[in-house]
Write a protein that binds this ligand. Structure first.
Ligand SMILES: [Zn+2]
Length: 133
């Protein structure tokens, strides 16, 4: 297992933050004006760096089915951001082997190595039919 350097972690974290921003924008544009006001109120509450308050959870409370997929992905992004400095983000959740840095940079929320991910997707049919490799 190669330990990721701080620089590697920083790159992954930047990708995650960018994705988080994109998702929030997508969610915002999907919502109508009334919901937007609620959303602004939520996003105006800066959770700071402690990360205890999850935007994804707050958004899920709005019960907006249209943005379910984005909220789920946002959840994954936030979960990874929370743990990026605490766990081995490059350790496969299934087999414990190393997830390559290149893979993590393309899929910063990946929790499995490619072979485990393929097996996972064969056994768990994805609701939207799009593999999240
Ligand atoms: Zn694996």
């Amino acid at each position: 297992m190669t330990k990721l350097t701080l620089r590697d972690l920083e790159l992954i974290e930047n990708k995650l933050r960018k994705r988080q921003q994109d998702l929030l924008e997508e969610i915002q544009s999907e919502l109508d004006e009334r919901e937007n006001q609620q959303l602004s109120a939520i996003m105006g509450n800066d959770p700071g760096d402690d990360g205890d308050l999850s935007l994804a959870d707050a958004l899920a409370d709005l019960n907006v089915i249209r943005v379910d997929r984005q909220i789920n992905e946002l959840r994954e992004v936030e979960a990874r951001l929370l743990h990026i400095n605490k766990v081995n983000v490059n350790e496969c959740a299934d087999c414990g082997k190393e997830i390559g840095l290149q893979r993590l940079l393309v899929y910063p929320t990946a929790v499995r190595c490619i072979s485990c991910q393929e097996r996972y997707e064969h056994t768990h049919v994805q609701g939207n039919g799009h593999p999240s490799l």
